[in-house]
Design a protein around this ligand. Structure first.
Ligand code: SF4
Length: 682
């Protein structure tokens, strides 16, 4: 045609951890259509609306196309040369003046594995600090903690298929139909056509809850008590898998002892779930040969997120539901590449492949490969970086693809912190709220404009091909990092992402056999991958990755959730909607914006009646740290003193205006889901 040739290329969706892949048809820069292919290992011929209609943001005229340098309260355009020189100079100055640990680096979960690997290498080799983290800190770090404690790998123990072929699937704190829509479709299909029974544990009625054989609504923040209560009941009845426990686990007696307080009476009192239903859940587990449990932010974004994740894994060990197909643990990853970002070392306490900072052999390997003395002290988490900025210990941050002002709890606090930095570099597609606070902004490429790999929630590594040329003026994260490393005295000379992947597979045993050739087109591999290319659809068949090969029961600690009181008398529950991704920086610049243009507060008919609220009323939602504005939506999806708001609001309806900075003490993940508020009609 006169308007140019139509081209198509394969990519992996950037909007959630399901990891759908498809071909994208383009003409020039125009995205014509998204076409899933039968050979896609995850989604076959399906996608959700985000994958299908969520890509026109790549041509938004609000894309950043020139580096920007702060001048007073304004920004001025600059050349790449000037901007990168300034970044290199300032980072070097601050590192030399205050030490390497005065710098923090945030890796992006929408960057490729290769780019995140280079991000953490930049932090560790070029700056000399372990202060590197990624957005798993906001979501699934507690799940990783729970699984590392008990079974040894912080990842899904099986594949999405194992949730389909289980006899019983328990979904806890996951609104799967909106947050991981293609996984939800697969579960719904399996339930309709197979033997799958479904239990949903959630504080809000949603599509999966409507389809459940058993739906339980515990009080906010009491999942741990429910799970331990079920475990204790199973033990009382002698329904545990004795053989599995004896042959494959440690610490059983300590675990049994830790369950003593969780009798049915106590569990009913704390959770508000009648004893009979607790018994029904235990019976359903007992009757099922294969049990899988999937969970998401409804579990992890609590003060006891790590503890509850541990309790889930303990329950699976107790009932022998690890180490074979059709069962296991499935913490559903939120971002496209949040699993991969941790796998390749974007974490303050692990080197690539979850290798320990305390293992002399590992240290030696990396020191030889990178030609430096590795920093040994574990770094700061993303949330701790905010604390240390406020105390003046952290002086500079380099933030890639993360809108931290919108993502952290207590927006006012994070704004104050980032404003105090001596130097802030932000690398992103748009002038985000975080970018507005930066000293230098670097315009980056979208996932359609680069090559590399993503790893989805089931540890599946897949290739992205360059579908569009970079928007003129933008560079990929890899190009930017490579140029900065060179300017700071390190001769990074990778010919492309494939060479980076070769380095990853040399240094990270779980990636040993990952090659671009094996991943060609719709090919994929689930880690750990042995050198000869054998991958792992499920883990722990023969051994758990502890020195003695045995899993560990890990007794949990009870942490009281935040309770409502006289002033803040309602519980704000929050989460995703199908149509949007985060604070709509991307989906808000697509036709999806029109589908859900603004946020609304879901309240029950009874609450609306009591308070005299009508649909569409504008209300203020207030917590001890701030207030936001939104509109009332009356719905049967919430009940009691719970109200629900999506996380997608911007401006004065952003949810993190009211989320307090209270954290899970182990993973440092904010307890976004424990927010007592008051609501007032305007
Ligand atoms: Fe993309 Fe997730 Fe939707 Fe698949 S389910 S198309 S990965 S947003």
């Amino acid at each position: 045609s006169r308007r140019g040739l139509i081209k198509r290329g394969k990519t992996v969706c950037t909007f959630c951890g399901t990891g759908c892949s498809f071909e994208v048809w383009v003409r020039g820069r125009e995205v014509l259509k998204v076409e899933p292919r039968p050979e896609s290992p995850v989604n076959g011929l399906g996608t959700c609306v985000k994958g299908k209609f969520g890509y026109s943001f790549v041509n938004s005229n609000e894309r950043l196309t020139k580096p920007l340098i702060r001048q007073g309260h304004e920004f001025r355009e600059a050349s790449w040369e000037e901007a990168l020189d300034l970044v290199a100079r300032k980072l070097r100055e601050i590192r030399d003046k205050y030490g390497p640990d005065s710098v923090g680096v945030i890796a992006s979960c929408t960057s490729t594995n290769e780019e995140v690997y280079l991000t953490q290498k930049f932090a560790r080799q070029v700056i000399g600090t372990n202060n590197v983290d990624n957005c798993a800190r906001y979501c699934q770090s507690p799940a990783t903690t729970g699984l590392l404690r008990t079974v040894g790998y912080g990842a899904d123990s099986g594949s999405i298929h194992d949730m389909e072929c289980a006899d019983l699937l328990i979904l806890i704190g996951t609104n799967t139909a909106e947050a991981h829509p293609v996984i939800a479709s697969r579960i719904k299909r399996a339930k309709k056509h197979g033997n799958l029974r479904l239990v949903v544990v959630d504080v809000r009625m949603h599509e999966m809850a409507e389809r459940a054989d058993l739906f339980l609504t515990p009080r906010v923040g009491t999942d741990l008590v429910l799970i331990n209560g079920v475990a204790r009941y199973i033990l009382e009845r002698g329904w545990e898998d004795r053989k599995f426990v004896e042959e494959r686990t440690e610490n059983f007696q300590e675990y049994v002892k830790s369950l003593e307080p969780y009798n049915l009476q106590y569990v009913e009192e704390v959770t508000g779930i009648p004893k009979e239903k607790i018994i029904t859940l235990a019976e359903m587990i007992h009757e099922s040969r294969n049990v899988a449990v999937a969970w998401a932010m409804g579990v992890t974004q609590h003060q006891d997120g790590s503890e509850t994740s541990t309790a889930i894994s303990n329950l699976l060990l107790l009932t022998g539901n690890y180490g074979r197909p059709c069962c296991g643990a499935f913490p559903l990853r939120g971002h496209a590449n949040v699993q991969g970002a941790g796998d390749v070392g974007g974490l303050p306490n692990f080197l690539p492949g979850y290798q320990s900072l305390n293992d002399p052999e590992v240290i030696k390997k990396f020191e030889e490969a990178w030609g430096i003395k590795l920093p040994r002290k574990p770094g700061l988490t993303s949330t701790e970086m905010v604390d240390k900025t406020l105390t003046g210990e952290l002086k500079a941050m380099y933030i890639i693809g993360e809108d931290k002002v919108m993502a952290d709890a207590d927006q006012g606090r994070v704004r104050e912190a980032l404003s105090k930095l001596e130097f802030l570099v932000v690398q992103d597609l748009f002038l985000t709220e975080t970018a507005k606070l930066a000293h230098v902004i670097l315009p980056a490429c979208s996932s359609l404009e680069k090559e590399g790999t993503f790893t989805n929630t089931e540890r599946r590594i897949q290739r992205l091909y360059r579908v569009l040329d970079p928007l003129p003026g933008c560079k990929t994260d890899m190009e930017i990092l490579q140029e900065l490393a060179k300017l700071m005295g390190f001769n990074w000379d990778y010919s492309g992402p494939e060479e980076v992947m070769r380095e990853i597979s040399r240094l990270s045993p779980i990636h040993a056999g990952v090659t671009y050739q094996r991943l060609e087109n719709f090919g994929s591999l689930q880690w750990p991958v042995t050198e000869d290319g054998q991958d792992s659809p499920y883990l722990y068949r023969d051994r758990f990755p502890f020195p003695d090969g045995r899993a560990r029961f890990y007794p949990t600690t009870l942490i009281e959730p935040r309770s409502t009181g006289e002033k803040y008398d309602l519980y704000l529950v929050n989460g995703r909607l199908l149509e949007h991704f985060h604070w709509t920086n991307q989906t808000g610049r697509t036709p999806l914006k029109r589908k859900v243009p603004e946020t609304f507060l879901e309240v029950s008919p009874q609450l609306a009646k009591e308070r005299g609220w009508r649909e569409g009323d504008v209300v203020l939602v207030e917590s001890p740290v701030g207030r936001l504005r939104t509109r009332i939506l009356i719905t049967g999806r919430v009940s009691g003193n719970r109200v629900f708001l999506s996380i997608h609001g911007q401006g004065d309806s952003a949810v993190n205006l009211v989320t307090e900075d209270i954290r899970d003490p182990t993973s440092k993940t904010p307890a976004y889901k424990e927010v007592p508020v008051r609501v007032e009609k305007l």
